[in-house]
Every structure is written in C-alpha cells, then in structure tokens.
Design a protein around this ligand. Sequence first.
Ligand code: BG6
Length: 490
Amino acid sequence: MAFPKNFLWGGATAANQIEGAYDVDGKGLSVTDITTAGSLDKPRMLTYKLNGKLEKTPGIPGAGLPQGAVGAIDPNEYYPNHVAIDFYHHYKEDIKLFAEMGFKTFRLSIAWTRIFPNGDEEKPNQAGLDFYRRVFEECKKYGIEPLVTISHYEDPLYLSEKYHDWQDRKMIDLYVKYATTLFEEYKGLVKYWLTFNEINSAIMFLDMFADKVSDEDYQHAYQKLHYQFVASAKAVKKAHEIDPNYVVGNMICGIVNYPLTPDPKDILLNFHAWEKNLFYCGDVQAKGKYPTFAKRLWNEHNVHLDITDEDKKDLLEGKVDMYTFSYYMSNVITSHKVEDKVGGNFAAGAKNPYLKYSEWGWATDPDGLQYYLELMYDRYEIPMMVVENGLGAVDKISEDGKIHDDYRIDYLRMHIKAMNRAIEDGVDLIGYTTWGCIDLVSAGTGQMSKRYGFIYVDRDDEGNGSLKRMPKDSFYWYKKVIESNGKDLD
Ligand code: BG6
C-alpha cells in the first residue's frame, strides 16, 4: 500500500451540524439556525418575517433570504441544528472516541457567530474563542491535528440580511477580520485551515433548479463567488503573514461528470460542466486568476461583475497551498432527453447503469475518485486532501445491541483503495477525513437518520433520543485501517 508515512487519517464535521447550543454563551444566529428539518421528498425551509408576517422558502445550504426578509424562528417548526448532537457539551467524550480510532486529524468548522455574533462587531466574543481553544487543546492532548474550516454553510444571519448573501464587497473585510482573529488566536494550536466549504456550490446548486433560475440568480451567484474568492485570497495572505507554517486550502464540492453518450454534443456539454462546476473555482483559488472560459460562462447569463485590479492582485497573491475537496458521487451529463433521471442528490443528472445508488440517490463510484484525484493533481500540482467522503445510510441497532454497518465499511474500503491507486500514480495525497465521523444532522435534508458516522448518536429526526454515543462496527474497522496506515482494509 502506498499511503505516505504521515498521512492524515481522520474524520470531518461542521459546527452547525454537530454543536447545537445555538444560542449559548453569546452566540448569534446563523442562517442554518432558521433552517427547518426536511427529508428526501420535503425541502428544508428558511423561515423569516416579511412585512411582519412569518413565511418560509425552500432553503439550500449556503443560500440567502429573499430581499427585505428578516430571519425568524417559527415556534411551530423543528430546527434540527439547534441541538444537533450537542457536541458543544460532549466534545471531550467525542474527541476521546476519535482518539481511540487513532485519528491523526479532525476536521471541524468554526461558527462565525460564536466569534462575531452579528458578524461585524468591533471585538470578538471571548466565550466563543474560549470554546474552540478548549476543543483544539483537547485534540492536541491526543496528538490530533485540527483541520479547521473557517466558513461552512453558516454565515451570520445579520450579515446575510444586511448584505443580501454576499452581494456587497464589505463582506470581504468582515470575513478577513474574522479569519485574521482566528489565525492570531489559534497560532500554535492549528496548522491546517480551509477558507470556505464547497465554495463552488453557489454555482453548482443552480443546476438543480435549472427550470426556476434566472440570469439574475447567476449574477448573484457569480458576484458572491467573486467576493468570496477575494476574501479567501486575502485570508490566505494573512495566514501566511501570521504564521508561515500555516497550510491553507480551498474546499470544492467534487462531483465527477461523465458524458452519457459518445455524441460530441454530450462530450462538449460534459466538458463545460467540469469547467463551470469545478475548474472555475479551482482555477481562481489554485492558479490565482480566472480561466479564459470564464467570459463565456458570464456571457451565457449576461453577468457583469464588480472586479477591481486590486482584486486581481489579491487573487494572484493569495493562492491556496493545497487542493481540498469533498467526494461522494459522480454524475452523468447529456444533451439528450432521458427518462431515467436521478433525484435527491446535488447533481440530478441521468442514471448511470454501471453504478449503485444510495437510498438518497447518490451514486457510489470509487473509480470516479481516482479519476478526480489524477485529473486535478495534473491540473494544479499542489498537495491534495479528500476532506469529505462517506455513505449516508439508515443504521439499525441489531438484536445484539450493535450496529453492523458493513455497507459503510464496503463503501469506505473501495474509496481508500481508489486513493491508493491514485497515490501509486503519483498524486500527492496528504490526508483523508471521512464525512460525519460521528452521526450528525444532514446538511441537505436536515435528517439525523441519514447517518455517516463510525459513532452512532441516539437522536432521531424529530429530536427525540438520549444523545448517547455508541461505536459501530465501522469504528473498529477504521481503527485498524489507521493503525496499519491503510494496509489492513479487511
Ligand atoms: C457536503 C457538505 O456537501 O456534503 C456537508 O459539506 C454535508 O456539510 C455533506 O453534510 C453530506 O451531505 P448531506 O446532505 O448528506 O448532509
């Protein structure tokens, strides 16, 4: 097996999906705090007041509120992120379990609203800073290296309303101030940082609603992305100034696209999907400039962006140190009419007859991961990390009181083998953090029943349960994988 000696094995989470304690110790409201529960058939909703009336709209992670709306909590709705798995009060127990598995790294995110409750305060909230310090110290106690996402789908609600979801360049400085606070505060405790989770989702998600979106939505998404690119680049520069040892990555939602047929129209459409959904964000963050095809993408939707010369300079000077991405599935693209479409996932393309789909419609495709790693490494030539990968499945407690999640072990085993092949082919892969190493609230559906963890958490989709933690079979399996540095996958 080819995994390098210091390979960073671990697991990944996000603040809003695990912490709970949504209004504790001075925390402000994030957009996720006004996002209701959903399911495969029922979208999550953002609840808000418009002209004094409580209303709701389908919410997708990272999306903003309608113009003029003020986010509000509806007492008749259930908000799964408010308690989540209460990591806020269980972090010691959880990190101990991660250490038992032998984690080398733990990916978690910081809730911006714990540090700056509205997002634009002069001074940070000390209780928020202290909480993450305790968490990082707990990780360090076990030799676990924190891998920290600065923004994971949870902008401060106040900023989202005021600047209509990143439609104002003032967001850049607010973000950079927040990131700088973290870089200074946790110097010596944290080494690896990610600026934005799945930054490309702003564009990618539009395809899911293709029949409903207008040019205005594209204008909004591309402008938001531009401000986030600049914010990310300025943060990278700051990080390096504060500590030259800091390693900063981007974070891309990595969905592999295949053409359905050899029809050249399909080939071209598929290639353009790679450009729009993946290379566009990857290039700006890793090469420091917009690719030539960007103009075509903007023209397609009559997009005119506010980009200054100063911005271009920042992008060039703030290139990321590593390419990090999530990988769950592949997607099939075609210009032909197809009956057999896949529902329930981010891609919503045609069905691939060669692949199996999860209960939530996500295609299991380990070869796609190898393909993605090799393609992107060749394009960017910087170290890579898979910072999310896993199978969301319903787990049942068996008669012996245990959870025998062979399906999860099979899924992870196949993907680890794929990473191994990519490393043998020369890819500089430095780490792997499986998604939802402990059961957590699904970002897409808000369900607890869509479980990814090595550790089961007793909590259901309605908020019942003791929150008790219990290792699944996969827990002991992953421990062996880490112990053997990826050799023992049985
Ligand atoms: C990624 C996100 O898109 O996929 C995570 O970064 C998310 O926040 C994960 O939880 C899995 O998606 P879901 O919808 O199953 O939670």
